[in-house]
Design a protein around this ligand. Sequence first.
Ligand code: ARG
Ligand code: ZN
Length: 466
Amino acid sequence: MPGALAAASLLLAIPASAATPSPGAPGIGDPYYPYYGNGGYDVSHYDLRLRYQPRTDELEGTATIQARTTQDLSSFDLDFLLDVSEVRVNGAKAAFTHSQQHELVVTPKTPLAEGTTATVVVRYRGVPSTKSAYGFTAWHRTPDGAVAADEPESAWWWFPSNDHPSDKATYDVSVAVPDGTQAISNGTLQSTVSKLGWTRYSWRQNKPQATYLATLALGRFDITTGTSEGGVPVINAYSKDLGDNDGAARASVERTGEIVDWLSGYFGPYPFSSAGGYVPNTTTGYALETQTRVYYSPKQFANGSNTSVVVHELAHQWYGDDVSLKRWKDIWINEGFARYAQWLWSEHEGESTTQELADYVYDSHPAGDAFWTVRPGDPGPDGQFDIAVYDRGALAIQALRDKVGDQAFFAVLKGWPRDHAYGNASVTDFRRYAERVSGKKLTALFDTWLFQPVKPGASAARAASL
Ligand code: ARG
Ligand code: ZN
């Protein structure tokens, strides 16, 4: 008996030692990007109070992060590139060091217990345009300021974060800029306050937002406001320096309200407190679905109006922003559906129909074309934004529509954002959802159209739609 008692107390000792706090992982576990995001905690809110000088590109301020621990933590990482002067965890000064390329390792004075909330304050400053990681920068200088907008990463250049779409949070972004400069960010503009030659713009995103969908634009902008017929507030901003592209940019982006209302017919109610876009004077070529405030390059409007890109980025507000990917390999749910929305718009505008566009994609890439080697359902980190993820991805959606019929297809299109609102989901989750709504088994169809590195043959195409 004494022996049994001793064994019992030994057993009791084991959970205590198993609970020894350990460092949070330097990555959240995304197979494409092992160091993106971090382990051990989940952020609920970012409060960024910043100041920016466009002349020198100096950014300084304080990030206050509210998080909840998911393990006992001796230390944890944030993803960040700028120079940090102080970190406090729950009020106490914490040790910190930069490691890898973009890991800020924070060691609190006392370890954090699992399941508790932590307030992390990071004071920092830096010249973001001087920082790069993996030979790349997401901080784009303009003649009058700068823009943070890129995918899959852009936060490292302006705020410390758990940089992965699977950890979404709300945001307050407040930036002071010299009078005459504007600061544009996500959500609604809560206030602008001017004093001592500086104007502070305070923006609020009150719905969960992935870190790569947070954006900041600093420069001289003309801001327009309105409300869509369906009641969605719209805030757009145009660089005062768009030159010849100014007219076409406005002719496209000012249709945001109309397009949001039209998309609501397919995807259900608009999920956020405002919609809109901004067109800074950047030289990059892409657009990005930054939540509620889409980033457009002026190049999108170089040939005249381009409502198609507006439709694409606004479709992402449901497919990508409201329902976000679980892992970066799930990118097809973002890009396939945003492309498909462009096809629906084309048909709506009296141009090509979705079926004509699907046939065109199928016919214009012969078997053996590199296009078919890209697997939209798992394209690899280098293939994430390959044109095949978009076009072959939309073709897969047309194949799904052909197989399940319009009634089930449009029920899936609208039901998906409703049933996964503000959450995260994978391609497998999508297949199961479509199977549940349609009552059809879809493994073969998904395999053929999204996962095989070959052109679906006419017979495969027929088999998949049986
Ligand atoms: N999601 C963006 C779009 O299709 C693509 C961004 C590509 N990123 C990049 N750095 N080129 O709307
Ligand atoms: Zn897209």
